[in-house]
Design a protein around this ligand. Structure first.
Ligand SMILES: Cc1cc2nc3c(=O)[nH]c(=O)nc-3n(C[C@H](O)[C@H](O)[C@H](O)COP(=O)(O)OP(=O)(O)OC[C@H]3O[C@@H](n4cnc5c(N)ncnc54)[C@H](O)[C@@H]3O)c2cc1C
Length: 469
């Protein structure tokens, strides 16, 4: 049985990106529907799980646009699409104000530049999942209420495929085998959150086995938007890189140790080794790089962060939700020993291998010769510290995948790029389902929430402008 509906705009996915697009559309007088696959009242999505910090590449998203452009370039090693970067840098400030007018509340955390807009109430400084009643959860519910007040409709249905006429997107089919719904629309906005929850797509595009990498999110982004857009000839960006962090390997069996604390501060200031005690990655490239490298090892469950007392008491305590003391309090494994040899014995790491790696690292650091190490060790922007002050620590690691950087390629108005050139008329994509801003291999984190709100807003404004023209 098929039911037909007719709207100006249909949005697929009710995370922060989809709800921003929907509300901004309704605000401009458009008739809007949102399709959301989750059935629970507070359906899970990465937006709801998030830490709620609106920032651009760990800078204040209201900074001067030229400065933000430079920050994005640096964070992504120059791989960000310049048009997308400029759109984000110039409109993020307005997006933050717009979200506040929608009812979102922010707190500012002291002088920490990237935490000037944290959705309130903020999550507490504790390990594990703690999203209920926190800023992102409250904000999503507020956006749903706003949409309903504006006459928008929310359907708890999975989008299945796009409707096409003469190369143009003219709607979405949703539902299941029993009940098929055709949503005819003048514009469709895909906001389904990425493909990190789809093991076969992750294997296909990244060569990564998701059974041995921790899904550090809701797992609700399963690549539906990409699949649907591809069928209409959409162009994809590089799909081979993800945003993530080093996590405790216990996260597979202990839900209290993920998504926080992330262990980047330990591994990127100290050292990361394999079971032979060898370094295999340039830790100075940061947590996203190390997590991507670990995920691609033949055995991604074989690595350890190695550090000393100075790192444990310094950077170990400096993260927003720090490993010290959060990891121990959550029951995460931390091996402690008075010597490196003893540490190796307790962990099962090869004794001589670990001793050699620590000695070589300490010597290169004290002589200012980190570039002679293999793999090379970058010293900036993260400052490496010697591993010399007992007790020594080893923490078993795994890679945690938060969301996929790559996805549907769009222009600066969130219009979906066509692989035949130009755009797919009537089709937009926003949030984590899109690629191009963060870059592929070696790219970097720009900020998922601000990207979602800003491009959600931009898509809606372009749709309204086009439909009213
Ligand atoms: C633990 C954690 C902490 C984070 N902290 C931060 C932070 O502090 N700051 C920051 O900037 N970013 C953070 N992020 C990243 C950020 O949360 C995401 O990048 C962002 O929320 C993505 O928003 P989205 O709307 O694109 O996707 P999502 O929020 O994932 O929403 C997508 C929605 O689409 C729905 N959907 C999927 N397929 C279909 C379909 N076929 N039909 C209908 N609906 C469908 C899903 O059910 C889901 O509800 C964090 C992420 C995690 C997991």
């Amino acid at each position: 049985m098929t039911t037909q509906h007719s709207f100006d705009v249909v949005v697929v996915g009710a995370g922060i990106a989809g709800l921003s697009a929907a509300n901004r559309s309704a605000q401009q007088g458009l008739k809007v529907a949102v399709l959301e696959r989750g059935q629970e009242e507070r359906y899970l999505c990465n937006s709801r799980y998030s830490g709620g910090v609106l920032h651009i590449a760990c800078h204040n998203a209201k900074d001067d646009p030229d400065k933000l452009m430079a920050v994005i370039r640096e964070a992504t090693a120059g791989k960000a699409d310049p048009a997308l970067a400029r759109a984000l840098a110039t409109r993020a400030g307005q997006a933050i104000d717009w979200l506040m007018k929608e009812g979102a509340k922010y707190i500012r955390v002291g002088n920490i530049v990237w935490q000037q807009h944290v959705l309130a109430p903020p999550r507490p400084i504790v390990a594990g999942l703690d999203w209920k009643g926190r800023g992102p959860d409250v904000t999503l519910r507020q956006l749903v209420t706003n949409l309903e007040k504006r006459g928008g409709s929310m359907f708890r249905l999975p989008a299945l495929e796009l409707m096409e006429r003469e190369g143009q997107c003219v709607g979405v089919v949703a539902g299941d085998a029993q009940q098929r719904h055709e949503f005819c629309a003048r514009a469709v906005v895909l906001a389904d959150g990425g493909f990190q929850g789809n093991a076969s797509l992750v294997k296909q595009h990244m060569g990564i086995d998701l059974t041995r990498v921790k899904t550090r999110g809701a797992g609700t982004g399963v690549g539906d938007g990409m699949r649907m857009a591809t069928a209409l000839g959409a162009q994809m960006s590089e799909l081979n890189y993800f945003y993530g962090h080093m996590l405790s390997r216990d996260s597979f069996t202990n839900d209290r140790v993920w998504p926080y604390p992330q262990l980047d501060e330990l591994g990127t200031v100290g050292m990361v080794v394999n079971e032979a005690g060898e370094r295999f990655v340039d830790e100075g490239q940061g947590g996203v790089f190390v997590a991507n490298t670990i995920a691609r090892l033949a055995n991604p469950l074989s690595t350890w962060a190695i550090l000393d007392q100075a790192i444990w008491e310094g950077p170990g305590r400096s993260a927003r939700i720090p490993a010290n003391p959060q990891l121990a309090q959550a029951g995460g494994t931390i091996i402690k020993a008075d010597t490196i040899g003893e540490l190796a014995v307790k962990t099962g790491i090869t004794v001589q291998g670990l001793q050699n790696s620590v000695d070589a690292y300490n010597a290169a650091l004290s002589e200012g010769q980190l570039q002679t190490l293999r793999p090379v060790r970058t010293a900036k922007p993260l400052v490496p510290m010697a591993i010399q002050k007992a007790p020594f620590y080893a923490v078993p690691l795994c890679a945690g995948m938060t969301y996929t950087f790559g996805g549907i390629l769009t222009d600066e108005n969130a219009r979906v790029a066509s692989s035949r050139g130009g755009v797919v008329e009537g089709l937009y994509a926003v949030g984590a389902t899109t690629g191009g801003l963060e870059g592929g291999t070696g790219g970097g984190y720009v900020g998922g929430l601000i990207k979602g709100v800003t491009f959600g807003m931009l898509a809606a404004e372009h749709v309204a402008q086009t439909l009213k023209a």
